[in-house]
Design a protein around this ligand. Sequence first.
Ligand code: ADP
Length: 468
Amino acid sequence: MSRAHRLVAVSNRVGPVKGAAAAGGLAVALVDALRERGGLWFGWSGRTAPPGKARLRTEKVDGMTLATLDLTQQELDGFYNGFCNNCLWPLLHFRIDLTKFERRQLETYRRVNWRFAQALAKLLRPDDVVWVHDFQLIPLAEELRKRRLRQRIGFFLHTPFPPTEILGTLPPHEELMRALFAYDLIGFQTTDDVRRFQEHVRHAYGGSARGDTVSAFGRELKVGAFPIGIDVDQFHRYAFTVPGNREFSRMRQVLRGRDQFIGVDRLDYSKGLLRRMDAFGRYLEKHPKAHGNVILLQVAPVSRGSLESYRDFRLELDREAARVNGRFARFDWTPVHYLNRALPRRTLAGLYRASRVGVVTPMRDGMNLVAKEYVAAQDPADPGVLVLSRFAGAAQRMKAALLVNPYDGEEIAEAMHRAMEMRPQERRSRHEELMKGLNEYDVGRWRVEFVAALMKAPAWRPVARKPR
Ligand code: ADP
């Protein structure tokens, strides 16, 4: 990408810029890329405003421009809480049973994307390269194209892409897929997601897929797998310098020689927390020697707490944690430590480092960065063991973890036991291999490769009309 091109990132939430390192993942990657090129970051302000008062604000921060738009409460309900989190999120994670489709919410989803496009179009320059993030903004490019914008526009899906049988249950699936064909490049987390996308396009719309080119609806676009990574060195530093180091020492003191399993997840039904809790109970049941010697620290901040499916799930998890504690706790030992709070990333790094086993068992996950953070925070001379779900995108390149089927509580319990028994040499060699993978595909490579592929994609052309 030459300097002549400005990078424009669009995501549902913008920032933070100053504290990007603290927010992690996407924020870090985007801020680095945008700072390099004096870029623009556009999205929702995180605020609501009365109708007619929802404003677009722009500000310069650290050599880049932030442009944010307010939503009305009604838009927030129908768009974000409604169609995005109550319909698309469960569907994309293969949970048709939790997917609630409402036409009115789809209407609001369309309208918010229309408003985003209307505001963004005014800010775009002819040579801009636009990178749109995630399922909240699928129709954005189509809306921009309607305004005759011909810039290169790429889309990255952070979630999994579901099989055609599941996607086909979504009433407006064709509308959304057609909208995707207004992009020039679509990036997925894994090659499995790319394959499912290609199969869906062939099967549902009679499209075709050859190599990295997919055609349907009279248009052609490029697809690719761009697995998102973390800033490995930074996370390792967090774990080994103040305050991560201090939290590590405090945790060790609290543990008093006990071994810790750690889970860190947003409180989301896709993360497999219930089965994990149950599996820990099974592990304790089978291994009385572990009683008094092992704890599970589960850090799970409340997420999307206004939605019923999330509230129900939280109650179930509270019960499950209480059940395991009620059954196994002794007056001097509580097996499950359960926190509904977000912690600073530096603190998390110290806690990962103090834990013998990282338990990452989502039922389905686009990538899962916690798995990578846990590995990066380990001491290479005496590393802990990662137990990882086969159904996290991260599993595709983390074969040296103990891979489990998250639907099988017995298998998770066995992996917990195996992790505890693993000899130092095997722990070291697995960790070394995992680190190699993390370093090879870190967050910097993710963004550089995506932007390079977008620049290489053929320039946009309108759908050719057939002569009458
Ligand atoms: P998702 O994006 O679905 O939440 P990921 O595992 O890909 O799942 O990313 C989660 C990110 O949020 C990680 O960077 C992780 O460190 C962070 N995170 C998760 N739980 C907490 C917590 N309790 N406190 C602080 N950060 C957290």
